[in-house]
Design a protein around this ligand. Structure first.
Ligand code: FMN
Length: 177
């Protein structure tokens, strides 16, 4: 079975998972921004991966726009964020990114990377502001997914681990690679 991996990654975590997936499946990796639907529609399996920024999965607009051209394909989405995996986080991501026609697409979530010093200027400014806002809140008011942000804000974290891809690889292979 043929497949392609579309990926948008600013800080490397989603790209790393794309590379590992490619090694395991032989599927080529394309930047979602440069993806052409005519080319993507030639494959049986389409994996879209992207970083999570303000709860949005990078590149998800490509799927939203082209879902009708991809009818009948095996489509999977994975994303990388900073928050630890939880039902709450998955629920928020599904609601924001995979509603309507995309609601049946399996979503895989992995913790990615975090390094405030590595952020570009606008992301750094935004995150500093966001952290300041969280710090002003009463700790009891903090959402489950916001707490980790305050714990790791000044640390350099890399949670990426090839083993996390197990369930996604299993699903891809169950349909015949
Ligand atoms: C501007 C910005 C917004 C972010 N928003 C979220 C978020 O809403 N939820 C989350 O879990 N992580 C969030 N993060 C953390 C990123 O998802 C994390 O760094 C991830 O590794 C990004 O994927 P990438 O490494 O493929 O770019 C945010 C990071 C930045 C810089």
């Amino acid at each position: 079975m043929s497949g392609i991996i579309l990926c948008r990654s600013k800080y490397g975590a989603s790209a790393k998972y794309a590379e590992w997936l490619s090694q395991e499946t032989g599927f080529k990796v394309t930047d979602t921004k440069k993806a052409d639907i005519k080319e993507v529609a030639k494959y049986d399996t389409v994996v879209l991966g992207g970083g999570v920024y303000a709860s949005s999965i990078a590149g998800i607009a490509f799927l939203k726009k082209n879902i009708s051209a991809l009818k009948g394909k095996n489509i999977y989405v994975y994303c990388c964020g900073m928050a630890p995996l939880s039902e709450e986080v998955l629920g928020i991501l599904k609601k924001k990114n995979l509603s309507g026609e995309l609601s049946d697409i399996p979503l895989f979530y992995y913790q990615g990377k975090w390094d405030m010093n590595d952020l570009n200027l606008s992301d750094k400014a935004m995150m500093k502001l966001y952290i300041k806002m969280l710090e002003k809140k009463d700790p009891s008011e903090l959402k489950e997914y916001d707490r980790p942000m305050l714990e790791v804000k000044d640390k350099t974290m890399d949670w990426t681990d090839k083993k996390n891809l197990g369930p996604l690889l299993e699903l891809i292979r169950s349909k015949g690679e």
